[in-house]
Design a protein around this ligand. Structure first.
Ligand code: FAD
Ligand code: NAD
Length: 481
């Protein structure tokens, strides 16, 4: 602790990046205060984002018997008449446990926590407006801004948190819709659209772009959209939303060209905005962009004011809990002069839609754009014995391989277990491995991971030059007695 400041580190926000920064600094023996305006610690990740959406997904897959339908048919259900209450029950338990773990981590590591809204008074001091209405002033040597984002709510959308909602509202529904319109086919929109579709809700996805999930390999997206359409999901792509009206108590999306999409609920997921508006950034010498985001050095996470760091979603791309956790750790290490090796080049994306998508490294399109000669290998999960045992009908794994070096360039998976399976590909990619790893390694059998081997053989069959027939063995020399 310095003479003039109460804490070595103040972290604003207790989401993934704030929590990791705080605990890392505490492990260095530093005094740390975490400030969060939320009722409980955990941030967007625990209360409205990652954990609630993944818990809802798991609940829906379990109660609908989704994973067993390959064998028992589409009418199979573990529970009939699934209600909003069924979904909320598991959510409450899961969230309570997550908060408990986090509070215990803070307590064990001596991290102080103050509930309240923080704003800058000067570059080292913050005022905290507590829920009781008091103001407490605190100061620190180093500060991490980890305030995250909130749903973008444009004024022309008639949000009422009942039939027109954003991703914060959708987790506390008191009834399930029969028809859901989702505006915004980004990751959040697609995850919720497919979760509700698995509940047999009629879903329409609207996006102003011509495609969805543009950063994902196109062949994979085509396979994914085929599976969704097969389950009744409608797409209205390349359609500009002109207005949302409430007609006879139902939200109607009016699209350019006169199309109308009526549902009994509308989920608006067209992006998020940085939660910086109440920080009084001017007092510390920083300013945010038009979407409330801050700029930070991608290696150290320092802002333009060197003792102030910014981590997590507030700095924009890639806006993942996984990457935010790492950013928090790196910021704390840099702040307290500990070297950290640079992060491995490739990190995975996990999209927890139904079915799951996960991807790491170059897509086929990336390889083409960069002019890297490549070949692909594809495996269908149904070709693996494990996939057959599980009754999987969909699902594929695709490898992108550099032709000249046989180096693995990317892995793209859609289907059951994709977000776990991807880490095999990620390890091979970051360790500079080649196609030969998958050809030569022995895999457990039967597993879905065997799809790596099947895909590798597929790639090898396309890459390997047909070896010329070996010459016949020479005639044995005549032996004269
Ligand atoms: C629906 C949804 C699903 C998601 N699913 C995934 C997923 O499956 N995998 C994944 O990797 N990522 C996922 N994400 C993204 C992930 O949640 C974020 O990347 C992550 O939460 C960002 O962490 P953060 O450190 O920026 O803080 P956040 O989790 O955004 O938390 C910020 C905290 O700061 C507090 N705060 C803000 N302003 C102030 C202030 N002035 N004073 C005090 N406190 C303040 C807030 O109350 C909040 O608690 C999802 C996001 C959403 C919305
Ligand atoms: N599994 C995960 O890792 C996960 C899950 C959820 C969210 N996240 C993170 O959260 C962040 C925010 O996600 P998001 O889905 O809200 O935002 P996004 O920016 O990724 O997607 C928004 C989508 O809405 C569309 N859109 C914007 N305005 C529109 C309009 N007026 N009409 C129709 N369509 C419109 C855009 O074309 C885009 O496809 C992402 O960056 C993502 O990384 C990650």
């Amino acid at each position: 602790m310095t003479e003039s400041h109460e804490y070595d580190l103040i972290v604003i926000g207790s989401g993934p990046s704030g929590r990791r920064a705080a605990i890392q600094a505490a492990k260095f023996g530093r005094t740390v205060l975490v400030i969060d305006r939320g009722a409980r610690v955990g941030g967007v990740s625990v209360h409205t984002g990652t954990i609630p959406s993944k818990t809802l997904r798991e609940t829906v897959l379990n109660l609908t018997g989704w994973r067993e339908r390959g064998f028992y048919g589409m009418a199979y259900r573990v529970k009939t008449d699934i209600s909003a209450g069924d979904l909320r029950a598991r959510l409450a338990k899961t969230l309570e446990y997550e908060v408990d773990v986090l509070e215990h981590q803070f307590a064990r590591n001596g991290v102080a926590v103050q509930r309240g809204l923080a704003h800058f008074v000067d570059p080292h001091r913050l005022d905290i407006l507590t829920p009781a209405g008091d103001t407490r002033t605190v100061s620190a040597d180093k500060i991490v801004i980890a305030v995250g984002t909130r749903p973008y709510r444009p004024p022309h959308v008639p949000f009422d948190d009942r039939i027109v909602l954003d991703s914060d509202g959708i987790i506390s529904l008191d009834r399930l819709p029969r028809a859901l319109t989702v505006v915004g086919g980004g990751v959040i929109g697609i995850e919720y659209a497919t979760i509700f579709s698995a509940l047999d809700v009629r879903v329409t996805i609207i996006d102003s772009k011509d495609g969805i999930l543009e950063f994902v390999d196109r062949e994979l997206v085509a396979n994914f959209m085929h599976q969704l359409r097969d389950h009744g999901v409608n797409f209205r792509l390349g359609a500009r939303l002109e207005a949302i009206r409430i007609e006879s108590g139902q939200p109607v999306a009016l699209l350019e060209g006169g199309q109308r999409v009526r549902g009994d609920m509308l989920l608006y997921t067209a992006g998020r905005a940085g939660a910086t508006d109440q920080l009084n950034l001017a007092a510390c010498g920083l300013h945010a962009d038009h979407r409330g985001r801050l700029k930070a050095d991608p290696k150290t996470f320092q802002t333009a004011v060197p003792h102030i760091y910014a981590t997590g979603d507030v700095i924009g791309f890639p806006s993942l809990a996984s990457t935010s956790l790492e950013q928090g750790r790196i910021a704390a290490c840099h702040a307290f002069h500990r070297d950290v090796p640079p992060a491995p080049e490739f990190f995975p994306y996990g999209i927890y839609s139904v079915p799951e998508i996960s991807t790491v490294g170059m897509s086929e399109e990336d390889a083409r754009t960069r002019g890297v000669p490549y070949e692909c290998g594809v495996a269908r999960f149904r070709e693996t014995s494990r996939g057959n045992i599980m009754g999987l009908r969909g699902g594929m794994l695709k490898l992108v391989i550099a032709l000249e070096t046989r180096r693995l360039l990317g892995v793209h998976i859609v289907g059951e277990g994709a977000t776990e399976l991807i880490h095999i590909g990620q390890a091979v990619l970051n360790l500079g491995g080649t196609l030969d790893y998958f050809l030569d390694a022995t895999f457990n059998y039967p597993t879905l991971a065997e799809a790596y081997k099947v895909a590798a053989f597929d790639a090898w069959n396309r890459i390997a030059p047909r070896a010329p027939e070996p010459p016949p063995p020479p005639d044995p020399p005549e032996i004269t007695p």
